[in-house]
Design a protein around this ligand. Structure first.
Ligand code: SAM
Length: 277
């Protein structure tokens, strides 16, 4: 770390509700010598709302992020801080930021963040689907083999999957997901998060596709991981496990308890098979 260098700050901004701008975001944006943003007018409005007079604004969007690196490193080298914001949410998540972070780290500068809104995490936690293991897939490739290969990967994924989608593509993406994952795969589709008309549709892919209505706003799709391969043990497997337990000297009651827990099968079902043995 360069002791005298400034810090590169990734600053999360609201995804729809200005009340979500953190006090620490305001402090960091006020203190930064340079604020990199995707759109100066949009960020200008946010700063104005927050009463921040930024020292300098510069555009770092998906096309210009790389060419902004030299200037950012110069500011950091002078001992001043640089803030990175995007149009909405957390920089670096399907948004510019990653390349500036890499460059600052490679040059030995400190990188930190003011965490805050991100549509992916919000949709995930509202989905009602398992949150203990999930993968963020961002936007799907738009067409061709890249898209079909990604859809196939997603269909086979066991963890919960989070996708971003634009309003004009949400129907097609739901159709493609139905085709690759099946109509019955459970999912949630969230839109207008943190806004007045926030909505989360939950159900199977077929149910959501039927309920979605006129696409409006930006969408997050949360998809349950596949459970193929998790099917309950069949009767033969249960009987074999029971016989093995009984042969070891377990009582019927002990064998039922141990097999039910080992195979993740309801005790009632194991008991019925034990009686019939
Ligand atoms: N960096 C952002 C974040 O942390 O969420 C994401 C930026 S990405 C370019 C924009 C996508 O995020 C949208 O197409 C949509 O999928 C999702 N998104 C952003 N704001 C949203 C909101 N209020 N409701 C639902 N989805 C949103």
């Amino acid at each position: 770390r360069l002791v005298s260098g400034g810090t590169l700050w990734l600053v999360a901004t609201p995804i729809g509700n200005l009340g979500d701008l953190a006090p620490r975001a305001v402090a960091v944006l006020s203190a930064a010598a340079l604020v990199c943003c995707e759109d100066t007018r949009r960020t200008g409005r946010l700063l104005q709302h927050a009463g921040v007079r930024a020292q300098r604004l510069a555009v770092a969007n998906e096309h210009t992020e790389l060419s902004r690196i030299a200037e950012v490193l110069d500011v950091l080298a002078a001992g001043d801080d640089v803030a990175v914001v995007t149009d909405a949410g957390t920089p670096g998540i399907s948004d510019p930021g990653e390349r500036l972070v890499r460059a600052a780290l490679d040059a030995g500068f400190d990188v930190s963040a003011v965490p805050g809104p991100s549509a992916d995490v919000m949709a995930l936690v509202l989905s009602g689907l398992p949150t203990s293991r999930y993968v963020f897939e961002g936007f799907l490739p738009r067409s061709g083999r890249d898209r079909s290969a990604r859809l196939a990967e997603i269909a086979a994924e066991r963890r919960t999957v989070v996708l971003y989608e634009a309003p004009h593509r949400i129907r097609r993406t739901l159709d493609d997901l139905r085709e690759s994952c099946g109509d019955d795969r459970r999912a949630a589709v969230a839109r207008e998060l943190t806004k007045l008309h926030e909505e989360v549709l939950r159900g199977t892919l077929a149910e959501i596709a039927a309920a979605i209505g006129e696409p409006r706003g930006e969408y997050v799709v949360v998809l349950e991981g596949t459970t193929t391969g998790d099917e309950p043990a069949d009767d033969d497997a249960i009987r074999a496990a029971l016989r093995a337990e009984l042969a070891e000297g377990a009582t019927k009651k002990e064998a039922v308890a141990s097999v039910a827990s080992a195979l993740g099968t309801p005790k009632k079902r194991v008991y019925a098979l034990a009686i019939a043995l």
